[in-house]
Design a protein. Structure first.
Length: 600
């Protein structure tokens, strides 16, 4: 393991450093001697040629927007607006699923992406996973693309120069700092061998899959990092889908004899795998030892999220399974798990039916301080919202909160739950698109995305008023969140098959907010699994930095709290994965705060 970068020495300090979002958002490297919370404005960075640094730009400044009058909580109105700016930013990426008439089943699931500040210049970059030729391995197979964020100059493609140009048949990505050296690393899931790319700290990556012993050469889909044994090192859970050979595919003709895409029930499940981080740059398969196998015949896994769903402080593993029951592996706090999805009420729908689960969104929509789960599904089987009731487990509230009927005609994959306009209530973004053109005949193959907002008792579809993107049709897969323009609200990358990846810039009329970044010291440096509670007067909000979620995606590791019309200073209570609790009083709102875990 390499030593931390020099500017991470500050990670031993006890208090947090606050960074107001003006300019590039560079972290201060000094702390006041009195231990107080200091707000500092970052200094402009001059260009250093083609390497890492770049001047800040006007697009990184805080948006100056009027604060609208307060609205009743039960109003379905929303101020959420997104605009697709991928052309303006110079990002022109199309996921090539390799559709050349063979109807290979693996062609239906790919299209992953994730945000990463790989060069640590304060601007979030974007990794997009490419498909290509699943049954024809070739040296010229299209490579993954890494788009470096240049601020007002847009993005530039640097995957080859950075050494992150994996050429497998890509599905998804998981990003985090696995060796706690201060630089985020990349894990790519493929059909076939996967890839671990170690960030060298100089703007380049080194592929270390074999050395780290972390490959899973199967049909892998989503993957997620999380500290499952609470030792301060990030472990990796990899979803594997079906036993399927694209070189010798199982024929699955339609009733009329024409070739068709196989149904998941036509194939056996592939086992998932969990790799324990040994802290020396290598990993060990602990799937069986930690009891993370589940019911192997049901393990047709597409989505996963690692977080504390039971409120006991230990990281649990939630798995979305296709046409079988979902898994909830509950952690006993010592790295041993018990599968309790059925018992706790999130394995099936409230009617007791298996569903075709793909993506996972998490958030506390009902503000009871327990994290709720939203899973996406196939057409004519609505997506499902599971309200987390704490010790009572989960309850399927889809119908009673208005989310059943609107999603029935659509086939959904990636999804996220967040407060995009910072008015204090949650939104749900869902990307849709079919997997089989033949089955979609008479219906839709390309489908519109959806956006819902919660209004106190029900969710409302606000897609029509959220921007022209929601009138477009695509075959959507991954959705990943980031504040890529550093203005304090969450933007989206939405990966499509066959049409350009959308970069949805959040242009909402925003209310008061607080953006929180986290740096672990005793905990994993990425701070995955950390809970932040925000106390403001008599209101309390909680968010957790989750490993994974959505579908085949990786999000920028930030938490953004929407505060509505409440402008008063707040108190932050930070519960780190190590068990240490920090309390930070009198934190001003409408700023970006970077919090470093206190030392022993």
């Amino acid at each position: 393991m390499r030593f931390p970068h020099p500017d991470l020495i500050v990670a031993t300090m006890a208090m947090c450093l606050a960074v107001v979002l003006a300019g590039c958002g560079k972290r201060p490297t000094t702390t006041p001697d009195d231990g107080s919370l200091r707000t500092e404005r970052p200094q402009p960075r001059e260009s250093a040629g083609t390497r890492l640094a770049i001047k800040p730009s006007s697009r990184l400044a805080i948006k100056k927007v009027p604060t609208p009058a307060a609205k009743a909580l039960d109003s379905p109105d929303s101020n959420v607006i997104f605009h697709d700016v991928h052309r303006d930013l110079g990002i022109n990426f199309i996921y090539d699923r390799g559709d050349r008439g063979k109807l290979l089943m693996v062609e239906s699931t790919g299209g992953g992406g994730g945000w990463i500040d790989f060069d640590r210049d304060g601007l979030t970059d974007l990794l997009l996973v490419q498909g290509g030729f699943a049954d024809e391995p070739r040296a010229d197979n299209p490579a993954n693309q890494l788009w470096r964020n240049l601020g007002s100059a847009g993005f530039v493609q640097v995957a080859v120069a950075a050494g992150a140009d994996n050429r497998g048949y890509g599905q998804g990505v998981a990003i985090a700092d696995f060796d706690n050296d201060g630089f985020d690393d990349i894990y790519v899931s493929n059909v076939g061998s996967n890839g671990l790319y170690h960030n060298q700290g100089d703007g380049t990556f080194l592929e270390v899959t074999s050395q780290a012993d972390i490959d899973s050469p199967r049909w892998s889909t989503s993957a997620a990092w999380g500290d499952l044994d609470a030792d301060g090192n990030l472990d990796l859970f990899v979803c594997n889908y079906l036993i399927y050979d694209p070189f010798h595919p199982l024929p699955c003709p339609h009733d009329d004899g024409t070739p068709g895409v196989c149904h998941p029930e036509d194939l056996d499940a592939e086992n998932n795998v969990c790799f324990r981080n040994l802290g020396d740059g290598t990993f060990r398969d602990v799937t069986a030892a930690w009891n993370l196998t589940g019911r192997e015949q049901d393990s047709k896994s597409l989505g996963t999220a690692i977080m504390d769903l039971t409120g006991d402080g230990a990281a649990d593993v939630l798995v979305a399974n296709d046409t079988t029951s979902n898994f909830l592996f509950v952690n006993d706090g010592r790295g041993h798990f018990e599968e309790r999805g059925v018992e706790l009420g999130c394995a099936m729908s409230g009617e007791g039916a298996y569903q075709a689960s793909m993506g996972i969104a998490v958030g506390d929509y009902d503000r009871n301080l327990f994290y709720d789960v939203y899973m996406t599904h196939f057409t004519q089987d609505s997506n499902t919202l599971y309200a987390n009731l704490g010790a009572a487990g989960f309850h399927d509230t889809t119908r009673v909160v208005g989310l059943h009927q609107p999603t029935l005609p659509l086939l959904a994959f990636g999804t996220v739950m967040a407060d995009f306009d910072c008015n204090g209530t949650q939104e749900l973004f869902v990307t849709n698109g079919h997997v089989d053109a033949h089955l979609a005949a008479g219906g839709d193959y390309d489908m519109p995305p959806q956006l819902f907002t919660y209004a106190g008792d029900k969710w409302h579809d606000i897609s029509r008023q959220a921007g022209p993107f929601f009138a477009s049709r695509h075959v959507g897969r991954a959705v990943a969140t980031s504040d890529f323009d550093n203005d304090g609200d969450l933007d989206l990358a939405v990966v499509h098959q066959g049409t350009p990846t959308a970069i949805l810039e959040n242009e909402s009329v925003r209310k008061h907010w607080l953006k929180v970044s986290l740096v672990g010291t005793r905990s994993n440096r990425s701070a995955i699994g950390t809970t932040v509670r925000l106390l403001q007067g008599d209101t309390v909000q909680a968010q957790q930095l989750v490993g994974g979620s959505s579908y085949c995606a990786s999000h920028e590791p930030v938490l953004i709290f929407g505060l509505g019309d409440r402008a008063a200073a707040c108190t932050l209570e930070i519960v780190w994965p190590s068990g240490h609790i920090q309390r930070l009083p009198d934190v001003a709102v409408n700023q970006h705060v970077t919090c470093i875990e206190a030392g022993p």
